[in-house]
Design a protein around this ligand. Sequence first.
Ligand code: SF4
Length: 111
Amino acid sequence: MSDPMMTSRRSFLGKSLAVLASGAALAACGKKEAPGPKALSCNDTTGLPPADLQMRTTLGYVDASVQPGKQCGGCQLYKAAPADGQCGACTIVKGPINPAGYCNSWMAKTT
Ligand code: SF4
């Protein structure tokens, strides 16, 4: 006669081992998750004169806005990049500008 509790435990252990084995097999085959899109970085200020660097700092430019609904791409002073995935420019903050960035002079774009 078989013990129903023992059968249930064996069944559970068997299924658990199967799940673990399949996970180990996937890990062993070397497949990795596909990398997401690379975040655009517009922080290279190489060659920018000290006065322009100071203005960038004074206005609090950041490469990624933390202000909801306020990003350089939606700012009146933003000059769009020539192509998607590239840094744009700004009328008052010199150097590369991330469309997802922000500074304290943000002004809503008027169409
Ligand atoms: S003024 Fe500030 S928020 Fe507007 S585009 Fe220039 S850096 Fe971005």
